[in-house]
Design a protein around this ligand. Structure first.
Ligand SMILES: Nc1ncnc2c1ncn2[C@@H]1O[C@H](COP(=O)(O)OP(=O)(O)OP(=O)(O)O)[C@@H](O)[C@H]1O
Ligand SMILES: [Mg+2]
Length: 253
């Protein structure tokens, strides 16, 4: 409320700077088309949305609608055919691979459906890995222990992924995504390989972490239960944003 009053009182110029201060991700007219035989298929046809600092946003839509493609692009793992992805005001869509790797390491944590942990490393070592990639303050092992404690795995530091349950592996992956203290955590179907109870545990963990850390969480999901935990849902239909549901994401698919 105060902010709205301030914006009205100080005019349009400040309105823009106040608004942009809180936008951690600004996705502008993203398209993605890929060759398929002699044709090209248009997977994303012009997606735009903004995500504010500290928001928990779900990306929903039917299978094949382009959620994973979109997540890969906003995480800087894939290039769009056209459009911009501004992270803290900087376009990552056309960045060189070297610079992009640094942005991913510092600003974005990623969680995958299939956990994607390194099988030969222990839980603690998996969480330490991103801290050896860029320059980070403090001791990687102390940070990894702290994060594994935060996700309830202080008793599993020395276990390898094969010695952990699915829910535990996903909690290690979440700890790893948080290790470099990124502003944004992006998760693609993080509960997709878990049973209902473990899925619910991972989800409440994400909600707790969001409350404790103030980080932005962007989660692609089929699961209406996941979407209902989010502040709002961005629905992808036919390669476009169908609607943005600000009512807590109670949507049926
Ligand atoms: N490398 C590729 N080459 C050609 N088509 C692709 C490629 N990758 C994805 N697609 C197609 O793009 C569409 C979107 O795929 P995507 O994986 O983004 O969907 P999704 O919404 O994540 O689906 P799901 O809910 O099943 O995970 C699909 O029709 C898929 O077949
Ligand atoms: Mg997918």
């Amino acid at each position: 409320m105060d902010e709205i009053v301030t914006q009205q009182a100080t005019g349009e110029k400040n309105q823009v700077s106040l608004a942009s201060r809180n936008i951690v991700m600004d996705v502008r007219d993203i398209t993605k088309s890929l060759p398929l035989g002699r044709e090209r298929i248009d997977i994303l046809k012009g997606i735009s949305f903004q995500i504010l600092s500290g928001e928990f946003v779900s990306i929903v839509g039917p299978s094949g609608s382009g959620k994973s493609t979109l997540l890969g692009i906003i995480a800087g793992l894939d290039n769009p055919t056209s459009g911009q992805v501004l992270v803290d005001g900087i376009d990552i869509a056309r960045m060189s691979e070297g610079k992009l790797a640094a942005v991913r390491n510092q600003k974005i944590g990623m969680v995958f459906q299939a956990f994607n942990l390194i099988p030969t490393l222990t839980a603690q070592e998996n969480v330490e890995v991103p801290l050896y990639v860029g320059k980070h303050k403090g001791s990687p092992s102390a940070r990894a222990k702290q994060l594994l404690t935060l996700v309830g795995l202080s008793h599993r530091l020395g276990h390898r992924p094969s010695q952990l349950s699915g829910g535990e592996q996903q909690r290690v992956a979440i700890a790893r995504a948080l290790s470099t203290d990124p502003a944004i955590v992006i998760a693609d179907e993080p509960t997709g390989n878990l049973d209902a109870r473990n899925g619910e545990n991972v989800l409440s963990l994400i909600a707790d972490l969001r409350a404790q850390t103030g980080k932005t969480f962007i989660i692609a999901t089929h699961d209406p239960n996941v979407a209902s935990h989010a502040d709002h849902a961005i629905r992808i239909v036919d390669g476009l944003v169908g609607d943005i549901d600000a009512t807590g994401g109670r949507i049926t698919q």
